[in-house]
Ligand binder design. Structure first.
Ligand SMILES: [Mn+2]
Length: 326
């Protein structure tokens, strides 16, 4: 069990609440770099938000506490992925997830065959003319993510750490250095056709940022885009891009959460859970098993058969007010 007692300044006695855990890892002791990022007033983060908030139309959409909080999720996953034997499957579930079934052979096979896999959100985020690029525009919903431990997933998580420490800021600095003016207004729905257009896309405030969704997108999707091939963008991002690009063929998988009724019409457990499921923004962008395209790996099953990401309502952890952050 990961805990944050040293950061909270609380004693180990509090762990008596969780007697079932086999071992206890203090996240801030196991990942010492975390203290600096999670600390309010971090200089790099302050510089980032100062730049972003000066952009026209920033409308307070930048949550300043986001990196301090969400980096803990990345640090926890990284600690597991960097310390477990190769081939181990690490499953991340947000506190607003519920487990419907234990992982079985089908689930584990898919998870093991992909360095990283998360829920995919499809079409509504895909540029109008980029349907054939498919997953280059899918948005990860990282409430449920799996990692197959090995050099590729370990490099990915090192990249995620770097993104929080300096990478996101460095990318933004590169955006400004390129005089990509009107960064916040470049909401083209046309797919980038060259590295300069891709850079513009990547500078968008909804694409580049400190939510774990944005960080994982950048590393697992954005930087895997063919337009990142050796060229000016690569040199702009320096060692961050270089280290992630060195991962030979990061195997990215996507979990589907649509069409559950078609696939498992008699699944009562799932049907019951789905009645209370809050689709929210998901309803227009879910993918169904079997919707994969050439070069895109979409899991052959609905992830909700095993785990449901309830997005903001009580899951394995109750939220005090019944509402979480999603
Ligand atoms: Mn969640």
């Amino acid at each position: 069990m990961y805990h944050e007692l040293s950061f909270d300044g609380r004693s180990l006695d509090s762990l008596a609440d969780f007697p079932a855990a086999r071992c206890y890892i203090d996240l801030f002791e196991a990942e010492p770099w975390l203290r600096n990022v999670a600390k309010p007033g971090n200089v790099t983060l302050e510089k980032y938000f100062k730049k972003r908030q000066a952009e026209p139309g920033s409308r307070g959409r930048l949550l300043k506490e986001q990196p301090h909080r969400l980096v803990r999720k990345i640090a926890t996953i990284r600690n597991a992925v960097l310390n477990l034997p190769d081939g181990t499957v690490v499953v991340w579930m947000d506190g607003d997830c519920v487990i419907l079934r234990p992982p079985d052979a089908e689930f584990l096979l898919y998870a093991r065959e992909h360095d990283v896999a998360t829920i995919g959100r499809g079409e509504s985020y895909t540029p109008d003319d980029a349907k054939d690029f498919a997953s280059h525009w899918w948005l990860p919903e990282t409430g449920i993510s799996t990692f197959a431990v090995g050099p590729a997933s370990q490099t990915l998580l090192d990249g995620a750490k770097a993104m929080y420490e300096w990478g996101v800021y460095q990318v933004l600095a590169a955006c400004y250095k390129n005089e990509l003016d009107m960064v916040s207004r470049s909401f083209s729905t046309r797919a980038p056709r060259n590295s300069s257009e891709l850079m513009k896309w990547i500078c968008r405030p909804d694409i580049l940022g400190f939510s774990d969704i944005q960080v994982i997108w950048m590393l697992a999707v954005g930087m895997q885009h063919p337009l990142w091939a050796p060229g000016d963008i690569r040199s702009l991002l320096g060692s961050l891009a270089a280290s992630t690009l060195q991962v030979p063929a990061l195997r990215v998988g996507w979990y589907a959460l649509g069409c559950w009724r078609v696939q498992w019409p008699d699944d009562r457990v799932l049907a019951e859970q789905m009645q209370t499921y809050n689709w929210g923004r998901a309803k227009d962008s879910v993918l169904c098993p079997g919707q994969g395209r050439p070069g895109v790996s979409l899991a052959p099953f609905n992830i909700f058969r095993y785990i449901m990401h309830r997005k903001g309502t009580n899951g394995v952890l109750p939220f005090l007010n019944g509402k979480g952050a999603g």
